[in-house]
Each structure stands twice: as structure tokens, then as C-alpha cells.
Write a protein that binds this ligand. Structure first.
Ligand code: URA
Length: 232
């Protein structure tokens, strides 16, 4: 694939801009400046390069994991808080990566974003039942009876059919690990309220087989190279 085409495919700008970046000597491959936009490279193994000092690895489709901090909105048109997109580098934003589902403004933790339409559809479809694990801090001490009710199913105000936690375990007096397969609006907060408690803090630690690494600071992101890891 031609170098300018590689840059274009990765979100570094319009075709002309990408040609200019290469021709102006701003692109390095294996540490060496390549100033011929037509130079060909093999991307099948994920070519590593640098654009104006920004290291990049070619990904045909982008799938990234963001450690979402509190105070950011998942909406593409955020109203009150900055959007999670602002935490990503420009090439990913230009590629139009979209959050896979939503986390509330005050929820922290693992958020996936992708520009892969079929994958986004698969991950958000209720058919695929991707479990999500939440670490909940409740306002009041949690009882085993409340946990049992979350597991048995509670009725929320928008649907008469009860929603159940797939798993729920107490991790402290006021903390709980909750696994859900659905993704209803404010689901954890509403489930806690339905059992007479209140969610004070919410953190998502896992989506399917992907665990948020402990050493990934809030606001930072990583490539997910193998989407199938989600379904394991
Ligand atoms: N449930 C909620 O209530 N909020 C989230 O952000 C995610 C799940």
C-alpha cells in the first residue's frame, strides 16, 4: 500500500494533506524519513510508523479501549461535559470511532470505541449477550437480601419485564460486583434504587473477555488488536 494511502486510511487527513505530510519529510517508517508519498509498504502485519512525532500502528479497523474518567459524556454531541472523543488522538476522531454503548458522565472505566460498523452492531445487539462487569459503591450498607433481589430480577419504570443481574457478589460492606448482559439506560443505578439503595460510584471493570488493565490510567487508551477476545 502507498504511504500516503496508508496515512489517509488511518485518519491523518485528506489525500492531499497526507501526500503533503510525506513529501515534507514528516513521516518515518522504522525510524527513517520517507518523503516519497508513492513508496509502498506491506501493512498486513500492522506497519509501525511515525507522523510528525506521533507513533502509530496501521489498523485496518480501529478498536480501542479507553479508561473513561468521570466528567466526560459518551454522546457524539455532548452538551454539558466534554466528549470522550476529546481523549483520543485526532486520527481516531477523524476515522469516526464511536463508543460501543454508553457510560454515564459520572461512570468511570472500560469503554470500547470503534469505526468497525458490523462489530459495533454485533457488540450492541442484545442477541450477543456480552456480559459487562461493574464495580458499584452504594450509599448504604448492602444486604445479602438486596443482592438476592438483584439476581432474582427487579422491575424498572420503563418495562414491566424484570431485569436480572447475571452475577452479583458483595465485595465490601457498601461495594458490589455486578454483571449485566443488558444495557438499559442508567441500568445499574436504577437496579440499585429498585432494591432500596443508591449507587454512589460506578466503575466498569470488564466487557466480555476484556479486562481494564490496572496500569491504564484514567483518560488513556489502548488498541484492542483481537476483537474476538471480547466474545471469549
Ligand atoms: N448503568 C448505569 O446506571 N450507568 C452506567 O454508566 C452504566 C450502567
Amino acid at each position: 500500500m502507498r504511504l500516503s494511502q496508508i496515512l489517509f486510511s488511518q485518519g491523518f487527513g485528506a489525500r492531499r494533506e497526507c501526500e503533503g505530510l510525506v513529501a515534507h519529510g514528516l513521516v518515518k517508517v522504522a525510524g527513517e524519513v520517507i518523503d516519497d508519498p508513492q513508496a509502498e509498504f506491506d501493512v498486513s502485519q500492522g506497519l509501525a510508523f511515525e507522523v510528525d512525532g506521533l507513533p502509530w500502528v496501521y489498523h485496518e479497523k480501529a478498536l480501542v479501549m479507553l479508561h473513561k474518567p468521570a466528567g466526560y459524556e459518551c454522546s457524539l454531541k455532548p452538551s454539558a461535559w466534554p466528549g470522550v472523543h476529546t481523549l483520543l488522538p485526532l486520527p481516531l476522531r477523524r476515522r469516526g470511532v464511536q463508543p460501543v454503548g454508553r457510560l454515564d458522565q459520572d461512570t468511570t472505566g472500560l469503554l470500547l470505541l470503534t469505526d468497525d460498523g458490523p462489530l459495533l452492531h454485533k457488540l450492541t445487539s442484545p442477541k450477543h449477550h456480552v456480559p459487562k462487569v461493574y464495580e458499584v459503591t452504594a450509599r448504604h450498607p448492602l444486604s445479602q437480601q438486596q443482592v438476592d433481589r438483584l439476581l432474582a430480577g427487579v422491575v424498572l419504570d420503563d418495562d414491566p419485564r424484570p431485569v436480572k443481574a447475571d452475577a452479583a457478589e458483595l465485595t465490601g460492606e457498601t461495594t458490589l460486583r455486578l454483571t449485566l448482559v443488558q444495557g438499559k439506560y442508567h441500568q445499574v443505578k436504577r437496579m440499585l434504587a429498585a432494591v432500596g439503595n443508591r449507587c454512589e460510584q460506578l466503575h466498569r471493570s470488564r466487557v466480555g473477555g476484556l479486562v481494564l488493565p490496572h496500569d491504564l490510567p484514567a483518560g488513556k487508551w489502548l488498541w484492542v488488536d483481537d476483537p474476538s477476545a471480547i466474545f471469549r
